[in-house]
Design a protein around this ligand. Structure first.
Ligand code: DLZ
Length: 158
């Protein structure tokens, strides 16, 4: 993931309800991602923010599916996780499952899902993208802004 080419998005979240779904592996990075997401949602004046924690990134999809199909479905979901390549095939399985699952939820329900899943070779790469002081990128905030911007772009096509 790179910042090169990313748009500067101004978003207005007034009146919107957003659910943040966050995995728990790699605690320091996840805390930074959740905080960056909440900061961006607050700056956009999002009216209601809920945070749901799941164990790992593999569980992001089922949580997003349940929430997006519920009678209280939010206007947008922001999914956050950190997967770091290790010595096992788990990396590929977890990344593919989360990516495909979240995409399916967005396509099947029409609810925008901000994709804040960091898939990195090293912990340092994830730290650099986590929005901590000194990080070059803030992927939680970017995912939040993308989700809100997509809600706004599509609000005339209900
Ligand atoms: C099993 C696993 C591994 C090896 N690595 C990560 C990771 O880097 N990041 C993450 O969010 N979750 C990881 N998991 C856990 C899976 O996502 C999942 O929670 C378990 O396989 C239980 O279903």
């Amino acid at each position: 993931m790179s910042k090169e080419g990313s748009p500067a998005i101004q978003v207005d979240g007034n009146g919107l309800r957003v659910v943040v779904i966050a995995a728990q592996w790699h605690e320091q990075i996840m805390t930074a991602l959740v905080e960056g997401t909440q900061r961006a949602l607050n700056e956009a004046n999002v009216s209601e923010v809920s945070v749901v924690r799941v164990p790992g990134s593999f569980e992001l999809s089922v949580a997003a599916a349940r929430i997006a199909r519920s009678k209280d479905a939010p206007d947008a979901i922001v999914a956050l996780g950190v997967v770091i390549r290790g010595g096992t095939p788990h990396f590929d399985f977890v990344c593919t499952a989360a990516t495909d699952g979240l995409n399916s939820v967005a396509l099947e329900t029409g609810i925008p899902v901000g994709f804040g899943l960091l898939t990195c070779d090293t912990e340092q790469q994830a730290l650099d993208r986590s929005g901590l002081p000194g990080s070059s990128e803030d992927k939680g905030a970017e995912a939040a802004q993308a989700a809100i911007a997509t809600v706004r772009a599509l609000e005339n096509w209900r």
